[in-house]
Ligand binder design. Sequence first.
Ligand SMILES: [Mn+2]
Length: 483
Amino acid sequence: MTNRHAEARQKLVEAIGQDGIAVIPAAHEVVRNYDVMHQFRQDSAFFYLTGFEEPESVAVIAPGHDDGDFHLFVRPKDPDLEVWTGIRAGTQGAKEAYGADAAYELSQLDDVLERMMIGREVLWYTTGNDKFDDRVTGIVNKARAHRERMGGVVPSIVRDVSVPIGEMMLFKSEDEADALRRACHLSADGHIEAMKFTEPGMYEYQVQAALEYPWRLGGSARNGYPSIVASGANACVLHYDTNRDQIGDDDLVLIDAAAEVEGYSSDITRTYPATGSFTGPQRAIYEVVLASQKAGVELSVSGSTMKAIHDECTRILAEGMVDLGLLPGPTDQVLAMHHYSQFYMHSTGHWLGLDVHDRGAYRIDGVSRPLEPGMALTVEPGLYVGPDKAQVELTMLEFDPEERNERIIRMGRAAAQASIAEEKASAEKVTHDVPAEFLGIGVRIEDDILITPDGHENMTESVPKELADVEAMCAESSELPVF
Ligand SMILES: [Mn+2]
């Protein structure tokens, strides 16, 4: 493996120190249907630290241990089974190919880990793992019983290891940024192919085949997440991924999809007309989203924040909604009362990396954290006029997220939600008729941004997004066969 993973382990060793021991389980296989498993995808934090792609394994980081810091528990070699499910590294491979200082078969986990816990005060482990929580708790309990007999220190504090790992994953090294950049460039090629390929009358999954074709040929073994190919009103379903509908004559096609390279995922959205020409109403909505997205990208620089980007993108969308008559306005009220959420209901971006929604805190001490070089994020405003939005009911009530958070802390979640619901129920309502020409139009535009010392790198800018450029790309023809 590259030393990318060794560097990650070294950072974790420094973060937890010699008082700590970190236990990070791999992902498990999941049944898809009878006798068939879902394609295995390693847990991103486990992969970040090890580069090891076998299921069920467990990584232990024990800084200063006599045998070394990095211990890997793996499935045993089993020639009969390997005929069916593939070669296993085994303990020897774990050391030779993956750099484990010590390797054990999984059956030794309880005994070995119990001994390793002795002398360490803090167990770094992320609770909430159905398959593993009980096992870890059992091992700590046995170590504690041992302490009672023999004396000595065992972990009395459990801390969430995903916090330091998330913080490390947030800042991409040059080497990681290079893998992410390659994922972005390859993903961009697929989006361009899909624009060229699409014609009305095709099924969404046929466009998906054209989209993913350059990815597989270009060196990506799998997608970063299931491809969304949403034609017409399907674009208003945010996580639509059935991709089985036939593309209508005047439909827009919204594609949110990306390839994975060396575990790193891109995340691109483009929306384009199946015919190659936007209709008037489609153009009007698209221009609003484009202006918002470009402003968001512009703000993606060191020292800015996710909140600043979201607020500016949302303000531009809200102005557009009022201009187009989707909402009565004025814009200040649309923003203060969150009426824009009728048509824009998600946040404007997220971290990007090994997880398409990468780990790492968004807020520090309750405030949106400043962007710094090495962070990668998406900028993806959208506007979705669902086919059921012919008339919207607007609650005339200011929406203050800070006040709501305070109320949740003061009253508890259930009571706070009940009190908010009560306020909403008794507040004045205004109904508004949405111009029919916009119904069923959904547009999102999403780029992947790497923050650099002197600005940013838009890693997905090769996919056209200006109206004229999108239409020009759609007018080009694909070399792929049409059946
Ligand atoms: Mn995204």
